[in-house]
Design a protein around this ligand. Structure first.
Ligand code: ADP
Ligand code: ZN
Length: 517
């Protein structure tokens, strides 16, 4: 298809004048009948990547999505644009479903949204589809197929059959959140062999990332909100109860705030959401149930008062700030105690392998909070992207720290880990270094015992975290993260690599203190 006619379709059906990011290249790949994988941050514009091909192709495009709650909105939006679309899920009555199937058989639909269980489960739906002209399968939220993702769904696994059953129908898999392993896994599980992967940068340059230590966070929050009196923002809390009590406390302080969580009546939720969208309520205090599918461009801050479970979630939630491209802030109140608390939520009952992955993701999230490296670089590296060491728009970059040679301290720490044969966790290694009498007697005979007396416990822990981030040290995945050497540890031990640690700059804030405004 000609470039100009793609643009014509875009303008005619969606009212947009340009393609965003690499939408056009993606669409061309799909229209050429090839399998495609798209990694694009939330709000980037993934839908067009299959909706526009759906219009250009003859038959029907089948969209698989786990978000049943959003299907109706998506279909309504398409219909408003004059595009014949429908969805099938458990929210429809029997006769409504029959009606959709009737339209499908008559070739009256361009797009059909389906829950994955519908496609592969009851009613031999694949059989029905094989009698029709299916032009494209779009797998939305494709990371749900991978155990390595943060949102694995059993029903998604069966989508691997699609390539066998419909070898000539192209597949487009889309996700906003896939790290390296997850990405590879999605391709394998979907049985895609000849494919092109399109990635967009996850960088959101207009968002400032700041982590503050959570001491008296209610007072900290009041100060923060006081400095952002005119702005609209979201405050994420872990529990439903916390959203309600925080919202009413804020109201009592005179702030325009409302609570939002999945336990509220649908009507109440919709009403509060509407008022937030219309700027009648400035601050939404919410659980992570809030935000999906909500497109408010002028959210100026997203605050987390509790630690997100993983970086995927953190990225998605903070990404709701600054959609309009203007300067916005993502603030997380962090305490080490929260990591401990969250471990409970990371455990997946009866599934040790999955629990280990969730724990690892939690550690990586905590790593973002603890790092003294550029936060943006850490985030982007997590998503497999190269990024400069200094972004200039996060608390760490804005000059709270300086770098200093730490090779000797690093050598001491690594040799302690070596002597302890990688069989102990961070606290034990630090006690060992500091010559604590609590370590085993046999360990007290080792030469390295007590060589780090001059450095505080906290400081050693910070060094260890930095060594982990630099790849010179690793924590074994699992409930008891043992410290172990890596392939590159010996380069430091042998003096081939120099290590730089970050230290608080003289006269500046201590780690985790209030971020600069
Ligand atoms: P995603 O699925 O990646 O989260 P959506 O497909 O929902 O994102 O798109 C996010 C927003 O961007 C929507 O409001 C959509 O209409 C808009 N959008 C998508 N593509 C374009 C474009 N080329 N020009 C302008 N707006 C666009
Ligand atoms: Zn930075």
């Amino acid at each position: 298809m000609q470039q100009s006619s793609l643009l014509t379709l875009l303008k005619h059906h969606f009212g947009y004048t340009h393609f965003r990011h690499n939408q056009q290249a993606i669409i061309e790949n799909v229209l050429a009948g090839k399998d495609t994988m798209v990694l694009m941050p939330t709000g980037g514009g993934k839908s067009i990547c299959y909706q526009l091909p759906a219009l250009a192709f003859d038959g029907v495009t089948v969209v698989v999505s786990p978000l049943i709650a959003l299907m109706k909105d998506q279909v309504d939006a398409l219909k408003q644009n004059g595009i014949p679309a429908a969805f099938l899920n458990s929210s429809l009555s029997g006769s409504e479903q029959q009606n959709v199937i009737h339209m499908l058989r008559n070739g009256q639909l361009k797009l059909l949204y389906l829950a994955p269980e519908r496609l592969v489960g009851e009613g031999n739906f694949m059989g029905l589809l094989s009698e029709l002209n299916v032009s494209l399968f779009a797998i939305d939220e494709a990371h749900c197929i991978s155990h390595w993702g943060h949102d694995f769904r059993q029903e998604y696994l069966a989508l691997g059959q699609l390539k066998d059953r419909f070898p000539h129908t192209p597949v487009i898999a889309l996700t906003a959140t896939a790290d390296g392993v997850t990405k590879q896994d999605i391709l394998e599980k979907l049985n895609l062999r000849q494919y092109t992967v399109f990635e967009n940068s996850f960088n959101r340059p207009n968002i400032f990332y700041g982590i503050r230590s959570k001491r008296n966070h209610y007072d900290q929050l009041l100060t923060y909100l006081g400095e952002h009196k005119e702005d609209s923002g979201i405050i994420y809390c872990l529990s439903r109860a916390a959203t309600e009590s925080l919202a009413s406390d804020l109201q009592a302080e005179g702030f325009s705030a409302a609570a939002y969580h999945a336990g509220l009546e649908r009507q109440v939720r919709e009403e509060r959401q509407e008022r937030f969208l219309r700027d009648e309520v400035r601050i939404m205090v919410a659980t992570i149930a809030f935000g999906m599918g909500i497109n408010k461009s002028n959210v100026r801050f997203v605050v987390h008062v509790d630690l997100p479970k993983n970086i995927e979630g953190y990225y998605q939630e903070t990404g709701r700030a600054g959609r309009d491209g203007l300067a916005s802030e993502a603030i997380l109140y962090f305490s080490a105690g929260d990591v401990f608390k969250m471990k409970r939520f990371a455990l997946v009952e009866g599934n040790e392998a999955q629990s280990a992955i969730m724990l690892k993701k939690l550690e990586q999230m905590a790593g973002l909070a603890e790092t003294r490296q550029c936060r943006r670089q850490y985030l982007l590296q997590y998503f497999g992207e190269d990024a400069p060491a200094h972004c200039g728009n996060c608390d760490n970059c804005l000059g709270q720290y300086e770098r200093a040679d730490g090779t000797i301290a690093a050598q001491k720490l690594l040799s302690a880990v070596y002597r302890l044969q990688g069989r102990f966790g961070l606290n034990y290694v630090v006690d060992f270094l500091r010559g604590s009498s609590t370590v085993r007697e046999s360990h007290q005979e080792i030469k390295t015992y007590g060589i780090g007396k001059d450095v505080s416990k906290e400081q050693w822990k910070q060094y260890a975290r930095e060594l982990i981030q630099l790849g010179y040290l690793q924590q074994a995945a699992g409930e008891y993260p043992l410290l172990q050497l890596t392939d590159t540890s010996w380069q430091v031990l042998r003096g081939e690599d120099k290590v730089e640690f970050t230290v608080a700059a003289a006269g500046k804030e201590q780690p985790g203190g209030p971020a600069p405004t």
